[in-house]
Write a protein of this length. Structure first.
Lengths: 429, 102
């Protein structure tokens, strides 16, 4: 495309990635960046790493390489941080805490995200999947177009999260409407109006969770919110008020926009590469390979929204990242680095056949869930939702086709969707 | 072969349980990984090295040792190949006690 015209230097890769011209295919630009400017310093002073090896190193480096921003320091990275509710909530989440706080908070919720607990959710996830597909069937069978993103990809993680949180489904659908505005406010270059809209939405989420916490306090159930409220009430040193709200807010934000986007990407892959659908018709090993390849090829998180502040001058590939610089990792580019995954643009589930989830047959790590201490808490929950969905979509609607090109959400750092209209191919004549 | 899980370092990703479900499990109260077998059969040695290399926080230490050498293995184990690789990549980790179990 116009990648060549980007010339020898790119002033600001973040601006390029956010450009509407690249929304459908940012990968040619990412390839260019990784080859020509893999340790990119944007005009704003932010750094962006795009090689698989460098990203892997940054994600796992914890000691003296990177730290989370100190509370008083947030304003230096986000000029409006002092007053932005959304950024303050983000700064209090697990994703931006250093040790030992990170471990203290993570282990409070880990018991609900163990492999065994997530496996226990399989039957209920399968039920939700079947019900949502049943719900789409009549319109599809009448020959109408249905928005698979809204009716399925987004609805599934919302309903699963509602169950985990012990929230009424309608409440979750209400909250879901404010997630996108908040996510837009978390981009490194969010505008004032975007931030104001995000803060209004965050205030609504905060008020809802404040109320939910009260309800769980008087009527605790077997859900994550009740469990966290119990931990907080037993010992506020274990979990403060602000941490409790931030944790719920963080799980809500991390929980479904990304899962929904990956379901969307998976369906697009099924439609674009029908010769690869056989992976979804056999055993769980094949399904896993398909899921991992979707995650690799289309990371829903293009680059990290959380801050990694250099603790010292760091030299990487001949470039010195100065102490106190904010370093982001372009996960989507790392996943398509030919040094890690041969012929990286090709959709090829065989890369992950018979391997441990997240690792290719060449022993390379798929970066979409991150790595290191901040490895995605919901990784297995997302994988199970995908694995329970894709074979059922394939079996239920074998003639599924795009009704219109999908619409993407505009976002600085995520690759998510607004709509994915599908229909069934007319059978016979 | 002996396995140590650094339970202070464990990030509760559960990745090792996915890789070797019969060998690792996550503790009920906090999701921290533990080894649930006394010895690792020869057939699983390669998979075990893979599990160690895939741990997001390198909390799994594989101690290669000859039969009968187990008693001495925990004194000052050499870094596993995976760890050596990480160090070569200039990875700096938090100094953490290796208080894990076998």
């Amino acid at each position: 495309m116009d990648v060549q015209e980007t010339t020898a230097a790119c002033r600001d890769a973040f601006a390029e990635l956010a450009s509407p011209a690249r929304i459908h295919d940012p990968y040619p630009f990412m390839h260019w960046l990784r080859e020509h400017d893999p340790v990119h310093r944007a005009a704003s002073g932010l750094f962006l790493l795009s090689r698989h090896a460098d990203i892997y190193w940054a994600l796992t480096a914890t000691g003296d390489a990177f730290r989370a921003p100190a509370p008083g320091e947030l304003a230096r990275h986000f000029p409006r941080a002092a007053t932005s509710l959304s950024l303050n909530l983000l700064a209090s989440t697990l994703a931006m805490k250093d040790q030992p706080t990170h471990t203290r908070l993570r282990r409070l919720i880990s018991p609900d995200f163990t492999m065994r607990q997530i496996d226990n959710l399989r039957p209920s996830i399968a039920r939700i999947v079947a019900a949502r597909l049943d719900g789409m069937a009549p319109a599809l069978e009448r020959g109408e177009a249905v928005d698979l993103h809204r009716e399925f990809a987004l609805a599934l993680p919302m309903l699963v999260l509602a169950e985990l949180f012990g929230m009424p489904q309608d409440d979750m659908f209400g909250l879901a409407a404010v997630i996108d505005p908040i996510l837009k406010g978390l981009g490194p270059h969010a505008s004032d109006p975007q931030l104001a809209t995000a803060d209004a939405a965050s205030a609504r989420v905060q008020a809802y969770f404040g109320d939910l916490i009260q309800r769980k306090r008087t009527d605790p159930r077997h859900d994550i919110v009740s469990m966290l409220v119990g931990a907080h009430d037993d010992d506020a040193d274990t979990l403060s008020d602000a941490e409790l709200i931030s944790m719920l807010w963080g799980m809500l934000l991390g929980g479904f926009a990304t899962t929904a986007a990956t379901i969307d990407h998976a369906v697009l892959a099924m439609l674009a590469y029908p010769e690869q659908r056989h992976w979804l018709q056999g055993d769980a090993v094949g399904v896993k390979a398909f899921v991992e390849e979707v995650l690799r090829r289309d990371s829903p998180v293009m680059f990290s929204a959380t801050l990694r502040i250099a603790q010292r001058d760091i030299e990487l590939g001949g470039v010195v990242i100065p102490k106190n610089a904010d370093v982001r990792v372009l996960i989507a580019a790392g996943n398509r680095d030919p040094d890690a995954f041969a012929d990286p643009d090709r959709f090829d589930p065989a890369r992950f056949y018979g391997t441990s989830p997240g690792m290719s047959t060449d022993g390379k790590i798929m970066l979409s869930f991150g790595h290191g201490i901040r490895f995605c808490l919901g990784a297995q929950l997302a994988r199970v939702q995908l694995a329970e969905s894709l074979p059922r979509i394939q079996a239920r609607f074998p003639t599924l086709a795009l009704a219109e090109p999908p619409t993407r959400e505009t976002s600085e750092f995520l690759r998510t969707f607004r709509a994915l209209p599908v229909r069934l191919h007319a059978q016979g004549g | 072969m002996r396995i140590l899980v650094d339970q202070d370092m464990c990030a509760t990703s559960g990745q090792c349980v996915l890789t070797l479900p019969g060998t690792f499990r996550q503790r009920e109260p906090d999701g921290v990984a533990e080894v649930c077998v006394a010895t690792v059969p020869q057939a699983l040695h390669a998979a075990m090295r893979l599990a160690a290399s895939q741990c997001p926080v390198a909390a799994i230490r594989v101690i290669e040792s000859d039969d009968g050498d187990d008693e001495c293995a925990s004194v000052d184990p050499a870094p596993s190949p995976a760890e050596a690789e990480r160090h070569a990549a200039k990875d700096q980790r938090n100094p953490g006690g290796h208080g894990g179990t076998v």
